[in-house]
Ligand binder design. Sequence first.
Ligand code: FES
Length: 121
Amino acid sequence: MAEHFVCNISELAEGDVRIFEGEGLEIGVIHHRGSYYAYQNLCPHQGGPACEGLRLPQVVDVIGDGGVFLGQKFDEDDMHIVCPWHGYEYHLTTGSHVCNAALKLRKFGVETRQGGIYVQI
Ligand code: FES
């Protein structure tokens, strides 16, 4: 396993993604709510650059008394990475596809120390 310096913490603002290459892989590091998530920038569907896609919250149904459908809302606690090629969605914190847990983005460990962001490949 190799460790790669990605950038300084100050260079990756909340909500941003940093793409870098290490060990022959293209990897995206995403800053979300003070945490950092690293995935190979390769969608398991057909190889799209998943980390470069939009990040959107889960849409959930709002059900009222008696099971009455009241509408839909965003669940900001469940952000998704949306692959830009065909729209497959992956949970931001785990990399698992939202409907098929067998489909996952390849995840890497991220560490922050002394002002820097490091990924273990
Ligand atoms: S390549 Fe990602 S959704 Fe198809």
